[in-house]
Design a protein around this ligand. Structure first.
Ligand code: AMP
Length: 176
């Protein structure tokens, strides 16, 4: 039998120019998510460095981060924690604020999302300027968690988002 062709994740990410606004090249991951082998491979690769790392929770950033965090949490036999946009969570939350092009926004998690000292792996689809991930790390720490790693499917290296995550274990499967 012929060995199976390796999965090319990069080929399954589609560039959408000028979405959601002019000048942004949106990285559309839906073709990758829809491909069974690619989906499996993405989860395998994201999980691999953390299989023995004692991860207790995987935190995903709304909303595409949820789509990656959920299967990854299952693979790592960890719990899933949604980090949501302001006002979406029903119980008492803690929040962290980050800067947008104009103004600020904040993200929230339940204040009892995990117990103090929990080892949390933070996940999102795209690392761009890094503001969202930086705020999410601060939020996890405010709740008392330990950020054991910060993993992305895609890193837009030219935006230097890593500079906001200095000292953290940052990983990305696809780099532009
Ligand atoms: P940032 O805070 O600038 O790192 O932005 C990260 C957040 O914005 C992530 O939750 C991404 O889903 C989203 N994002 C930023 N840039 C892009 C892009 N070019 N394509 C898709 N999503 C993006």
């Amino acid at each position: 039998m012929m060995p199976a062709k390796p999965v090319d994740l990069t080929a399954l990410v589609k560039d959408v120019p000028d979405f959601p606004k002019k000048g942004i090249i949106f990285k559309d991951i839906t073709p990758l998510l829809a491909d069974p082998r690619a989906l499996q491979n993405m989860v395998d690769q994201l999980a691999e460095p953390y299989l023995q790392a004692g991860i207790q929770y995987v935190a995903g950033i709304e909303s595409r981060g949820f789509l990656i965090a959920a299967p990854l949490a299952c693979r790592l036999k960890a719990g899933l924690v949604p980090i949501r946009k302001k006002g979406k969570l029903p119980r008492k939350t803690k929040s962290a604020t980050y800067n947008l092009e104009y103004g600020q926004d904040s993200i929230e998690a339940h204040e009892d999302a995990f117990p103090p000292g929990a080892r949390v792996l933070l996940v999102d689809d795209v690392l761009a300027t890094g503001g969202t991930a930086q705020a999410a790390c601060e939020l996890i720490e405010k709740i008392g968690g330990i950020v054991a790693g910060v993993s992305f499917l895609i890193e837009l290296g030219f935006l230097n988002g890593r500079s906001k995550l200095t000292g953290r274990a940052v990983k990305a499967l696809i780099k532009y």
